[in-house]
Design a protein around this ligand. Structure first.
Ligand code: HPA
Length: 273
């Protein structure tokens, strides 16, 4: 039996820092998408280095801090920078923050990521609500004995909450922000895909491809937390565009649409995510 993570010290430490504040919504901010934090008021920032079980971030564009604050009058906790499998982390480390958020009391989780566009009409800067995902990491954070508060066989027929998705589309329309809808394929990384792999993903029904999100959503669903996912399409996936892929471009495009993304998230939170 593999060792299971002990999330109790993480949760106890965070509780001691939050002085009675209870987050209703957890937010995971992907590559270059940290701008939302500046919209939060009454902020309390906790560097990952201080948190038991957390690691510093090794990825450029990922800050490595938790920020508790108020967004649209709602108490939220945001993970600015996440842990990826490709950094060498176990699935349990990748999902530790989400599990801790669930223990702290969140009802819903909003995950963002940078992704390559598999759908041929997607341009860099397209925002896409994740309608469903394909977990191609071949890892699962529920592997092993069952953690307290989690289901053994969670239903994954509605991984991304229909009502939250609807709200996201309504908020985006109100602000005149184009918002697509599609399937996200989560891969291990860190090398980008080959053109043949992207053609395979296209045939499998994926619209976007990235290296995160799917494990966090599996862990959240096992605890009954409702999820909303939004991808920023930063580049056409390999073989669809003609340019070589570069992490700096990913960050640049992420920054360009960060404000629109933040507007959608703030609107969804304000409507009672
Ligand atoms: N592939 C995988 N992950 C990504 C990509 C991509 O093309 N762009 C941003 N993250």
């Amino acid at each position: 039996m593999p060792d299971r993570p002990d999330i109790a010290p993480t949760v106890a430490f965070l509780r001691s820092q939050l002085s009675g504040r209870t987050p209703a919504v957890g937010i995971v901010l992907g590559s270059g998408l940290g701008g939302l934090v500046s919209r939060m008021t009454d902020r309390l920032t906790i560097p990952y280095g201080d948190i038991p079980g957390f690691y510093g971030s090794t990825v450029v564009g990922h800050k490595g801090e938790l920020v508790m604050g108020r967004l649209a009058e709602v108490e939220v906790i945001a993970q600015s920078g996440r842990f990826h499998l490709y950094e060498g982390h176990a699935a349990d480390t990748v999902t530790l923050p989400v599990r801790a958020f669930a223990e702290l009391g969140i009802d819903s989780l909003i995950v963002t990521n940078a992704a390559g566009g598999v759908r041929r009409t997607f341009r860099p800067g397209t925002l896409m609500v994740i309608a469903d995902h394909i977990n191609l990491t071949f890892r699962n954070p529920l592997f092993g004995s069952v953690l307290e508060g989690e289901e053994r066989f969670p239903d994954m027929s509605d991984p991304y909450d229909a009502r939250l998705r609807e709200t996201a589309h309504r908020v985006a329309a109100t602000h005149g922000i184009p918002l697509a809808d599609g399937v996200y394929a989560g891969l291990l990384g860190p090398s980008y895909e080959t053109p043949a792999e992207v053609r395979m993903l296209e045939r499998l029904g994926a619209d976007a491809v990235g290296m995160s999100t799917v494990l966090e959503v599996v862990a959240a669903r096992a605890r009954g937390v409702r999820c909303l996912g939004i991808s920023t399409i930063t580049n056409p996936a390999a073989g669809i565009g003609h340019e070589a892929l570069d992490h700096a471009d990913v960050l640049e495009v992420g920054k360009r649409v960060a404000d629109s993304l933040a507007t959608i998230i703030e609107g969804v939170v304000g409507e009672g995510a």
